[in-house]
Structure formats: structure tokens, C-alpha cells
Design a binder for this molecule. Structure first.
Ligand SMILES: O=C(O)CCC(=O)C(=O)O
Ligand SMILES: [Fe+2]
Length: 347
């Protein structure tokens, strides 16, 4: 962990002191400007990595500005999602995620229940994973575990341009994820390329989400998506500018609004990263409640590692006082078991 090249002295920052975060609470979600975080500008990268570190340790959520994902790509995916979810239910059910062996396709209203205390989530979803932008092929000969494999798509006649628009946004956002991983490594005082050989086939799952306006029952057991944490390393979320719905739970038990910021994306830590960092990085509980009276769309991309990566607590995140909390799991198996549990309720 020496940061000074040939200098013999080892610099170890008090990563674990940051565990005081469990007592610290937050009232807002930090905004981090990625401008200048180019590979050649190591000073700015270090500054940005420090901001990311604070956000991951104390909040588990942050916004990114100047993230490089073209707005046109997000708007294209939004337009595709709008046209898809407007289809009759029986057309959408032909792509039912329950018929997919690798968790791809359509989730109907109430098809999920993120918080088991709730009555079912008031959203529809459509899940897709990696495939080549140009010809739609998956990675021939190098499939990566149980969640890889082909996507399902509505026909071009029903939703023209859907696959292209969804995949364009997917690839732009995966590039952002690949750009963020070295910054997360820096934030953890690891070599910048620490994750490179662990994300060669990014297990990135994207969801198009549609939340109808919640006009019926207004209570704490009925919402767009119930209180939950995400499963992968981190999530990159596009949310509609004009509708407040996402809320993040702070350490005092207060729900903090993740107010949409035009042009910014939300990034949040998921459980894979929390396990890997022995909870130094925080996977924070969140939910979405759409009581705006209007329809809302959002697009999360869940960025995990290659399937066979072992999530063993990173050395900088364990000590005698804070031994490893979690049993070592394989990244892909872990996410698969969480997804199986998610969809079991509506089988
Ligand atoms: O729609 C949102 O704002 C949040 C979605 C979410 O938390 C999820 O899909 O895991
Ligand atoms: Fe989530």
C-alpha cells in the first residue's frame, strides 16, 4: 500500500476508523464531478477517489456529474421503455422472466416484492444483460456462469428499435462502470488495476423500470419498490428528472430523498462490494415511492464482477478489531441465489 513509488515507507490510511459511519448519519447525498478523472491526471483522480471513498463509507450513495453517458442514449432507452410498457399485458407476458433460465425479460406489476413485509412492488420491469451492440450475439465460447446467455426481445414490429436503443444505453453505462472500478480501487487504497482481471466479462444487468402513479392505498406496505439493498458491486441509476420517488435510509432511520438532478446519474454500493470490503463500503437500504400522480421510469444497471470471483474480505478492510464478517462466496453464485429468492415469491 505504499503510495510513494520507491519510498520504503508504507502509508496506511485508517480505513477502519471509517467504521464510525455506523454512528454517523447523512442528510443529503453527495454529488461528485468526474470531470478531470482521466488516466493521465493522477492528482485529480486521487481527489475524486477520496470523495468516492467518503461517499461509500458514510452514505453508500452518490451522484455523478460529467459521467460521459450521453443524454441521448438515456432518452433513447426511455423512449424504448415507454413503448414497450405500453404494450398489452399478454404481449409482455410472452417474455415473462419466470420462463428464463438466466433472469432475462419481463416482470409484471407485483411480480416482485423487494421487502417481504410489503404487499408486492408497484412496478413493471424488463431485464437484459451483455450482448454485442452490432449483431446481438452473446460472448461466443466465453459464457460466464448461470446468468449469462441470451436476452429476450419484443419483435421489431411491436417495438421498433427497442433492442438497439436499450443496448446503446447499456454499453454506454457499462463503459462508465469500467471507468469507475479503478476509482473504487483507489478509494480502497488498492492498485488502480486491482479489479481489471475480475471484470473481464462484466456481469452487468440492466433493468428498464416503469412505475405507474400510485393512486390507490397510501401506506407504508405499498410502494413502487420496497426497502432493499442491491446485490451486485454497485448500481448506476438513471432516473426521470421531474419525479421524486427514490429514498435512501440513513443511520437514524430517516428516509432521505434522492432528488433527481438533471444530467446526473445516481451510483450506489451493493451487497457484493459491502461483503468484499467487510462493510467498509456501505450497501444502503433504499426504496422508491411514486406518489407524484404521474408515470415514472428509471433505469438501473447493476454492475457485478465475473462469475467466479471469490468475495473474500480485502486485506485493507480487516483487522484484529474488525475480523471478516462474511463467509467467502463466489460473486456469481451469490447474485444468483439472491435473484432466485426475489422471483420465487411470484412463481
Ligand atoms: O427506481 C428507482 O429509483 C430505484 C430502483 C431500485 O432501487 C432497484 O431496481 O434496485
Ligand atoms: Fe435498488
Amino acid at each position: 500500500m505504499s503510495r510513494s513509488g520507491n519510498d520504503e515507507q508504507t502509508y496506511v490510511r485508517p480505513m477502519l476508523l471509517a467504521d464510525a459511519r455506523t454512528e454517523s448519519s447523512f442528510d443529503e447525498i453527495p454529488v461528485i464531478d468526474l470531470h478531470g478523472a482521466t488516466p493521465t491526471d493522477s492528482r485529480t483522480r486521487r481527489e475524486i477517489a477520496d470523495l468516492i471513498r467518503d461517499a461509500c463509507v458514510n452514505v453508500g450513495f452518490f451522484y455523478v456529474k460529467n459521467h460521459g453517458v450521453p443524454e441521448s442514449a438515456a432518452l433513447g432507452a426511455l423512449d424504448a421503455a415507454t413503448r414497450f410498457f405500453a404494450l398489452p399485458e399478454d404481449s409482455k407476458m410472452k417474455l415473462d422472466i419466470h420462463n428464463s433460465v438466466n433472469f432475462k425479460g419481463y416482470t409484471a406489476l407485483l411480480g416482485e416484492n423487494a421487502d417481504p413485509d410489503n404487499r408486492g412492488d408497484l412496478h413493471e420491469g424488463f431485464d437484459l444483460g451483455w450482448e454485442k451492440l452490432e449483431d446481438g450475439s452473446s460472448r461466443s465460447g466465453e459464457e460466464d456462469g448461470a446468468m449469462a446467455g441470451s436476452n429476450v426481445w419484443p419483435s421489431e414490429v411491436l417495438v421498433p428499435g427497442f433492442r438497439k436503443a436499450a443496448m446503446e444505453y447499456y454499453h454506454a453505462t457499462v463503459r462508465l462502470g469500467q471507468f469507475l472500478f479503478p476509482l473504487f480501487a483507489l478509494a480502497l487504497d488498492l492498485p488502480e488495476d486491482f479489479f481489471s482481471d475480475k471484470i473481464t466479462k462484466p456481469a452487468a444487468i440492466m433493468r428498464l423500470l416503469y412505475y405507474p402513479p400510485q393512486t390507490g392505498v397510501v401506506d407504508d406496505r405499498t410502494m413502487g419498490i420496497g426497502a432493499h439493498t442491491d446485490y451486485e458491486c454497485f448500481t448506476i441509476l438513471w432516473q426521470q428528472d421531474d419525479i421524486q420517488a427514490l429514498q435512501v435510509l440513513n443511520a437514524s432511520g430517516k428516509w432521505i430523498d434522492a432528488v433527481p438532478i438533471p444530467g446526473a446519474l445516481v451510483v450506489n454500493i451493493g451487497d457484493q462490494f459491502a461483503r468484499w470490503t467487510n462493510d467498509v463500503f456501505k450497501s444502503t437500504v433504499h426504496r422508491a415511492v411514486n406518489r407524484s400522480g404521474a408515470e415514472r421510469y428509471s433505469i438501473p444497471l447493476f454492475f457485478g464482477t465475473d462469475y467466479n470471483v471469490r468475495l473474500e474480505a480485502l486485506p485493507s478492510c480487516v483487522s484484529e478489531d474488525m475480523p471478516a464478517k462474511y463467509e467467502v462466496v463466489t460473486a456469481g453464485e451469490y447474485v444468483k441465489s439472491r435473484l432466485e429468492a426475489t422471483y420465487a415469491h411470484s412463481k
